[in-house]
Structure formats: structure tokens, C-alpha cells
Design a protein around this ligand. Structure first.
Ligand SMILES: NC(=O)c1ccc[n+]([C@@H]2O[C@H](COP(=O)([O-])OP(=O)(O)OC[C@H]3O[C@@H](n4cnc5c(N)ncnc54)[C@H](OP(=O)(O)O)[C@@H]3O)[C@@H](O)[C@H]2O)c1
Length: 357
């Protein structure tokens, strides 16, 4: 999955695969807002979008249909067009010399593919890089719910060792893409107009309802989204090669809620060592990519509306778990923009790490 690339530069040629989607649109905004130093950008999507124009840095760029030849001359390819596209075209991009940062689940659990959250495990990128002597290859972006959770919880884990995590998610429509957002908007309008809500993307009515995450249910009764949180967290925290009993025990319940944008998660953590509320707050206050909203008097804690379009993960409801008498449990609630930090921003941060290596 690696090859030499003679075309490395400090101002890379960048391709965005899935540029017209929810994550793709965010990619363009994040690259622009962070003034990412690129030489050129190629926007790729399905043949349906070929010829469409999208704005980037004040210019109208034409979207091209993705083909086998799309990666000629490309140094960094940011993929967000689903797992089957990544599986088919990711290796072709690497063979053409590009470094792929992939938002899909296609390669996340492949042993030689780093699964990276820049605030947590940048060292996992290893020898993949733009400089001579460094390799092309695929770097995977974790699942959005996993990124939000590990960005917040890693500081606590490193301080006192998290033995067990119990997570419940409240996941927004945008996590399922642009069409799911339109479905929520349309159904909400229809219900308010007294019409029947017509499910298309999801099987159930979405407006004024919530339901178990739409990912397929597995043999153990968990859905794939829940098991991604378990397995990806182990890989990011370097526990995937440890025996089962030595890993953080993780259980998750993932729920889709009728929110347009930004996921929320309730997290209960059990630590190896005691963890006070004050210590947890102090650690979170210093954690990169984390902001605290925790005003008990005003009953003001993180909400998806706080997190929308923001880079940080917002954490609050930080309290000692009273069911754990030894002071080894903490409960908290977090919100994060999963299109941004859960997808596009995390991938662009990875690309920035490549430039800095
Ligand atoms: N949404 C999130 O919060 C989130 C978070 C983390 C990871 N992800 C992952 O990111 C990926 C994209 O998600 P999304 O939410 O942005 O989905 P989306 O809004 O449905 O967008 C899908 C994109 O893929 C393109 N595409 C579809 N079929 C294609 C084909 N045959 N060839 C080339 N391009 C094709 C679409 O192009 P057209 O417009 O031409 O159809 C569109 O640009 C998925 O793997 C998803 O799991 C999403």
C-alpha cells in the first residue's frame, strides 16, 4: 500500500474526493479558513456532479468526475465519498504517489493504516510523509463519535487510566450526509404542515422522533457504529495489541436524534486511580481541542448549537459518579461538530501534520 512519490512539495497538490457532500463542502471551508498552503486543488465527485462549480478562495472551481486518472500529480487526497469509493480509489491514489487521508471506515482497522486524531496520537503517522525518504500511504480518520470522545477523554485517560467507558450518543442528521439533512428538513416542514412524513434515507420518521442509529446490527446485538467506538478507541489508545482484559472496557449505545448538526455524547468513565471533579476539570481545561461549558448555577452545559461550526469539543456536566464510592468514576456530557472535528477538520489537521514533518 506504499510507493515512492517523486512529486512531493511544501505546497502540495490536493484532491478532495466527495467534494459535493456534507464533509466535502466542509473540507473546502476548513482548508480556506486555515489558509492551508496548497498549490492546487482538484474537486472530485460522482459523474452526477461533473461540471458543477464550487467556490474556493473566491474562485469558481469545476467539479470533475472521479476516474482512475484523477490522482495524477496529486500529493494529498482527502477522501469522503463512502467506503466503497475509498476501497476502489484509495490504493490507486497511493499508487499514483499521493497520501490519502480517508474519512470512511474502509481502512480504519487495517493494521498498517494509522488511525489518527492529531491531538491524541500524531506519532502513529510514522514514516508516511511528503519529504524525500518518507512514504506515500493511507491515513484513516476515525469515526466521528470516536473522534469527539477521544479528543475529550484522552487527557483523563493519561492521568488516571480509564478502565471502563459507558457511552450514549445523540447523533445529528448531518452524520449521515447531505441527503439525511434534507430528509430532516423536509419531514419537519411536512409534519408542521399537517402532512405525512415520508422516510427515504432512514426507515423511521425522523422529524419529532429519535431512533437507534441506522448502522447495521451485528451478531452481538451492537450496531456497527457502537462497535466502531469500541475498536477504534482501542487502536487510537494503542491498546489493540493488548489482551482483552488489559484494554479499556467500552460499551456504547448510539442514537440518531433530530438535530441538524453536531453530535452529543454522555460518557461515564471508571478510572484505575481516583479522579476528583476538580482534577477532571483542570485536565479538560488544558486539553487541546477541548472547551468547558459547565455552569451549574445557570444550568448551562454544552448543546449541539454551541458546537456547530466550531473546532473544539465542548464538555460539561462534569461530576463525580456517586455510584462509585472510591471516587474512581466521572460522568460528563460533550458536544462536537462531527462534520468539522469529526471529519473535515481532523483530516486537514492530519494534512497539516504532514506538512510540518
Ligand atoms: N457526515 C459526517 O459527519 C461524516 C463524519 C465522518 C465521516 N464521514 C464519512 O465521509 C464520507 C462522506 O460522507 P458525507 O456525509 O459527506 O456524505 P454525502 O453528503 O452523502 O456525500 C457523499 C459524497 O460522495 C460522492 N460520491 C458518491 N458516489 C460517488 C462516486 N461513485 N464517485 C465519486 N464520488 C461519489 C458524492 O458525490 P455526488 O454529489 O456527485 O453524488 C458526494 O460528494 C462517508 O464515508 C462517511 O462515512 C461522514
Amino acid at each position: 500500500m506504499t510507493t515512492a512519490n517523486p512529486r512531493r512539495s511544501t505546497h502540495p497538490h490536493v484532491a478532495v474526493v466527495g467534494a459535493t457532500g456534507a464533509v466535502g463542502v466542509e473540507f473546502l471551508q476548513v482548508l480556506e479558513q486555515r489558509n492551508f498552503p496548497l498549490s492546487s486543488i482538484r474537486l472530485l465527485a460522482s459523474p452526477r456532479s461533473a461540471g458543477k462549480t464550487m467556490k474556493f478562495r473566491g474562485q469558481d472551481l469545476t467539479v470533475e468526475a472521479l476516474t482512475d486518472k484523477s490522482f495524477d500529480g496529486i500529493d494529498i487526497a482527502l477522501f469522503s465519498a463512502g467506503g466503497s469509493i475509498s476501497k476502489q480509489y484509495g490504493p490507486l491514489a497511493v499508487a499514483a504517489g499521493a497520501i490519502v487521508v480517508d474519512n470512511s471506515s474502509a481502512f480504519r482497522m487495517t493494521a498498517e493504516v494509522p488511525l489518527v486524531v492529531p491531538e491524541v496520537n500524531p506519532e502513529h503517522i510514522g514514516n508516511i510523509g511528503l519529504k524525500p525518504g518518507q512514504k506515500a500511504g493511507i491515513i484513516a480518520n476515525p469515526n466521528c463519535s470516536t473522534i469527539l470522545m477521544v479528543t475529550a477523554m484522552t487527557a483523563l485517560h493519561r492521568a488516571a487510566g480509564i478502565k471502563r467507558l459507558v457511552i450514549s450518543t445523540y447523533q445529528a442528521a448531518s452524520g449521515a450526509g447531505a441527503q439525511a439533512m434534507e430528509e430532516l428538513r423536509q419531514q419537519t416542514q411536512d409534519v408542521l404542515d399537517g402532512k405525512e412524513a415520508k422516510p427515504v434515507i432512514f426507515k423511521q420518521q425522523y422529524a419529532f422522533n429519535l431512533f437507534s442509529h441506522n448502522a447495521p446490527i451485528m451478531g452481538n446485538g451492537y450496531n456497527e457504529e457502537e462497535m466502531k467506538m469500541v475498536k477504534e478507541t482501542h487502536k487510537i489508545w494503542g491498546q489493540d495489541s493488548l489482551p482483552e482484559a488489559a484494554r479499556t472496557q467500552i460499551t456504547a449505545t448510539c442514537i440518531r436524534v433530530p438535530i441538524m448538526r453536531a453530535h452529543a455524547e454522555s460518557v461515564n468513565a471508571t478510572f484505575e486511580k481516583p479522579m476528583t471533579e476538580e482534577a477532571a476539570k483542570a485536565l479538560l481545561a488544558k486539553a487541546p481541542g477541548v472547551s468547558i461549558i459547565d455552569d451549574r448555577e445557570a444550568n448551562r452545559f454544552p448543546m449541539p448549537l454551541d458546537a456547530q461550526h466550531q473546532d473544539d469539543i465542548y464538555v460539561g456536566r462534569i461530576r463525580r459518579d456517586i455510584s462509585q464510592p472510591e471516587g474512581k468514576g466521572i460522568d460528563l456530557f460533550l458536544c462536537g461538530d462531527q462534520i468539522r472535528k469529526g471529519a473535515a477538520l481532523n483530516a486537514v489537521q492530519i494534512a497539516e501534520l504532514l506538512l510540518a514533518k
